[in-house]
Each structure stands twice: as structure tokens, then as C-alpha cells.
Design a protein around this ligand. Structure first.
Ligand SMILES: Cc1cc2ncn([C@H]3O[C@H](COP(=O)(O)O)[C@@H](O)[C@H]3O)c2cc1C
Ligand SMILES: O=C(O)c1cccnc1
Length: 342
């Protein structure tokens, strides 16, 4: 039995009826109208309340970096975690400007991060090399899912009504691509991209690495089994974060490629999660659009981001707040004494 509630369809219908009454031609605010109505259904109220966003960035390292799949060295993962807490990363700035709580969790960074003011929940120091071996054991998947679930509990206890998961892990577009291929039934050609910026030879190698990883893994695995073979520690933690957020009835704003791979894994574990996902932006990473399509989602914006960290989701927070403000604050035709459509 799923712990995840279903959205409130009567609140959805009431919100849709309200949109028809607001002083604008029906449909003229496009996706903002659908967004307000979806948030109404998720909050269970005709007029949703303004959102209190919280961002949790999960960090982990990837054994598959040994294959040469990233343009950057593995030690950047830990160095960026320090940058997050010192306030200098993109997500640090976007959290500040959006007044969002920002928490950083070490789910599996290779380096020691002792002494940094983060959540220390290292399940292991980097995953296995998915080209040749499982990313982690079944027990480690469960531990990483729990790391994410606990982070969602902390965020919600602090008052969050919108959850964003970010990622930091050099090499993590490779396991993400493998997960998206496997769970979305896509080919590596359609999904594998340049990540941090590998060249053509690097891209060909990365496609082969993903193809080899997929070929290594048996058919018929469940969501946790796929995460163990092809995932990563921060990706599994993100999936656990999403599962707990949905179970507590909190909307989940997806970020880019890694975030969407984690969402597909969460969906494989519990399909009842699907309506709790909202797509924010479309990443430049090859295959992100297809990954979102596998979840039935259309992104709100395309700013050409290809960063991760939760940055695209954070950049879309004002759009969600504006959708709610319009839905709540616009006058109806009756209130404003404006004539409706002939
Ligand atoms: C300085 C820096 C900051 C980042 N912040 C997020 N990523 C992003 O890039 C990495 C994934 O790309 P690939 O699979 O090609 O390594 C992840 O760490 C992701 O979070 C970064 C990457 C770098 C270099
Ligand atoms: O879409 C993303 O999240 C992404 C793309 C490239 C590199 N890192 C993250």
C-alpha cells in the first residue's frame, strides 16, 4: 500500500472554475493557469497559499568517473559542497534571492567533509563503477533513500510547502542517463549528453559506458534494484526525498537531468508519486525533455541551464508564486463589473 495521497480533485475543479471567472479571456495566462490549478489540487484548496520553498542539495561521488566520462575531476564535488555553504555557488545565490532554506547533505562524497556545516550522512565514499559493477548494495540503497527521507522530514518540519532537491556529484550525468534509458526505455543515443562539457570523443565514450552499464544489468529489476545497479548515492537520496515529500503531501519541483532521473527512480518505487511532480525548466542536457516526457511532464521554461544543484527549479520559484498570486488576487468579472464573453 502506498503512503502517498492522491491530489484533491474537488479543489482542482473549483480552481478551474475560478480561473474561468477571472478578468481575462479564458486560457490567456497559459501555463500559469494550469500551474495554479495543479497547486490547488496538491494543497487541497481552491485558492492555494503562497509557497515556502526549501532546497536540499545531495552530494555524492561516482566510481564511473574512472572511465573518463566528465570534463572535471572528482575532487570538485567536495570543493563545491564547501562553496555551497560559504554562499558562493549558483544555488547559494538562488536560495538567498528566493528566501529558501538551503541544506546540504553528504550522501556519499569520496573525500572527507568533516568540519563543514552540512548534514553528514555519508552512506559510502563514492559509488561503484556502473560500467563494471553495481553502484551500491541493496542495503546501501535503503540507507540512501532514508538519508533523503530524513532530509524531507527536516525541510517540512521547518515549514516547507515546496520541496526542491539539488545534486552535486562529478560524473552524475552518466548514472542519470543510464537510469533514464532503463526506466524510460530510451537508447543511449537519445539520452546521453555532454554534462559539464565533454568533447565529441568523450561523448562517444560516455555513450558506450552507458550502453555497457545497461547491458550488464538483468531485466525485471524493481526500482530499488535499478538504483542499486545504475544509480548513485545522491540520486538514491533524492528519490527518497521525493517519496517522503509526496507522502506528506508536499509538491515537488523538479530541476534538471539528475533530478528527473531520481524522479523516475522514485516513480518506479511508488507510481503514486507522479502527480506530486512539477517540472520547472528544460535542461540543455540531451535527453532531459524525453526524461520529463516519461513522467508525463512539460517544463515551464527553457533558459538553457545545464548546471544541476537545483538551480533551474530555484529559478522557477517566482513563476509558481506569481501563478498563485494571480489566481488569488485577480478580480472576477462579477467583482470588477466587467462584461464577460459574448
Ligand atoms: C564547478 C562545477 C559546479 C557544478 N555544479 C553542478 N554541477 C553539475 O555537473 C556535474 C555533472 O556533470 P558531469 O556528469 O559531466 O560531471 C554534477 O556535479 C552536477 O551537479 C557542477 C559541475 C562543476 C564542474
Ligand atoms: O540538467 C542538469 O541537471 C545538469 C546538466 C549538466 C550537468 N549537470 C547537471
Amino acid at each position: 500500500m502506498s503512503r502517498i495521497p492522491t491530489p484533491d480533485l474537488s479543489a482542482l475543479a473549483a480552481a478551474q472554475a475560478r480561473q474561468q471567472q477571472l478578468t481575462k479571456p479564458a486560457g490567456s495566462l497559459g501555463q500559469m493557469e494550469d500551474l495554479a490549478c495543479r497547486l490547488a489540487a496538491l494543497q487541497g484548496r481552491e485558492v492555494p497559499l503562497p509557497l515556502t520553498p526549501a532546497i536540499t542539495v545531495f552530494a555524492g561521488d561516482h566510481g564511473v568517473c574512472a572511465e573518463g566520462v566528465s570534463a572535471f575531476p572528482q575532487e570538485v564535488t567536495g570543493a563545491m559542497v564547501a562553496n555551497f555553504v560559504h554562499g558562493g555557488a549558483a544555488i547559494s545565490v538562488l536560495a538567498r534571492v528566493n528566501q529558501a532554506r538551503l541544506e546540504v547533505v553528504d550522501a556519499g562524497v569520496a573525500a572527507s567533509l568533516d568540519g563543514l556545516p552540512i548534514v553528514h550522512a555519508k552512506v559510502r565514499a563514492g559509488s561503484g563503477n556502473i560500467r563494471r559493477e553495481a553502484a551500491m548494495s541493496a542495503a546501501e540503497v535503503q540507507q540512501a533513500l532514508d538519508v533523503g527521507r530524513n532530509a524531507a522530514r527536516r525541510a517540512i518540519a521547518s515549514g516547507a510547502t515546496l520541496l526542491i532537491a539539488g545534486d552535486m556529484g562529478i560524473g552524475n550525468t552518466t548514472p542519470s542517463a543510464a537510469l533514464i534509458c532503463r526506466l524510460g526505455k530510451y537508447s543511449p543515443e537519445a539520452i546521453v549528453g555532454r554534462g559539464t562539457g565533454i568533447d565529441d570523443a568523450g561523448l562517444a565514450l560516455k555513450r558506450q559506458v552507458v550502453a555497457d552499464a545497461l547491458a550488464r544489468v538483468a531485466a525485471g529489476l524493481d526500482g530499488c534494484g535499478v538504483l542499486a545497479e545504475l544509480g548513485g548515492l545522491e540520486i538514491a537520496a533524492m528519490a527518497g526525498f521525493y517519496l517522503e515529500g509526496a507522502a506528506q503531501g508536499v509538491p515537488l519541483l523538479l530541476d534538471g537531468f539528475i533530478s528527473t532521473a531520481a524522479a523516475l527512480a522514485a516513480q518506479a518505487i511508488d507510481p503514486a508519486i507522479t502527480p506530486w511532480f512539477i517540472a520547472s525548466h528544460c535542461s540543455q542536457e540531451t535527453g532531459h525533455q524525453l526524461a520529463l516526457a516519461a513522467l508525463g511532464l512539460t517544463p515551464l521554461i527553457d533558459l538553457g541551464f545545464r548546471l544541476g544543484e537545483g538551480s533551474g527549479a530555484a529559478a522557477a520559484i517566482p513563476l509558481l508564486q506569481q501563478a498563485i498570486a494571480l489566481h488569488a488576487g485577480m478580480a472576477t468579472f462579477a467583482e470588477a463589473g466587467v462584461a464577460g464573453k459574448n
